[in-house]
Write a protein that binds this ligand. Sequence first.
Ligand code: CDV
Length: 311
Amino acid sequence: MSRPLTIAAAQMGPVGRAETRAHVVERLLAMLRESAGRGAELVVFPELALTTFFPRWDLPDEELLTFFERDMPSADTKPLFDEAERLGVGFHLGYAELTPDGHRYNTAILVERDGHVAARYRKVHLPGHEEPEAWRPFQHLERKYFEPGPDSFQVHRAFGGLVGLAICNDRRWPETYRVLGLQGVELVCIGYNTPIHYAPDPAQDRLAAFHNNLVMAAGAYQNATWVVGVGKGGVEEGVDALSDSQIIAPSGEVIARCATSDDEVVVAVCDLDLCLAYKRTVFDFDRYRRPEMYTRITSQRGAVEPADTES
Ligand code: CDV
């Protein structure tokens, strides 16, 4: 049996601070059309795809709120929804969400081929810091600007399979994939904005691409799922961001990878039934996992003192 789903990873180059939503949507439309022309049924766009990565600045609330969406679709994003429906293509889109009751989330939606919103996810793991820190060359104020999403990681029936969403820093945490894996996930869509310079420990800079693949490939393999990770790369407002968008099979192998740091589409046929090859063998959770052992260890946390590193 096979359940092929043709997926496009639609990476973006930089988005300028002054770039209008309408212009960004034009860029997304171009990639949507190219993806459809290459047979894609689902197009995955990055985290905060509609704007520049504004958490790099400490902004007054008035300006900050210009980067948030109050409606989805809005007048500016409706053409994307309309064209996707016309082409019979679904998409994944990240954006900053301001809810009617005033909550601010880093959000992603999954839109089905008929135009209905099949899933909405709000980022759980918010990286960075709560207050501006003058010593940094640029800020990472996600913890000031967003609330953590309240809804955890849920799997949704969409695109003929079981789909989960995660956003950027979520991809570094094994719990993200495991919570989805325990619900039988077959495809995880992840958008990211990853500055290559990591100010708290610049020694990690040279490893940005290695770590990006390491966490997503491990998440895919250990949970027998496809993972599509799509970034916003290039030098955006002076900050070099990781591109290296990729489509990863349940084997952990990368089967499609972007080669530039600009707007770029890569397409792959992803057989969702390939997940079963792993879910029924080495990662047959019901047969091989030992949850009772994990609980025991967690409840004993703190029983072992950390090693004395002074001596
Ligand atoms: N947007 C992100 O979540 N970025 C983080 C950076 C700050 C490390 C990431 O995990 O890529």
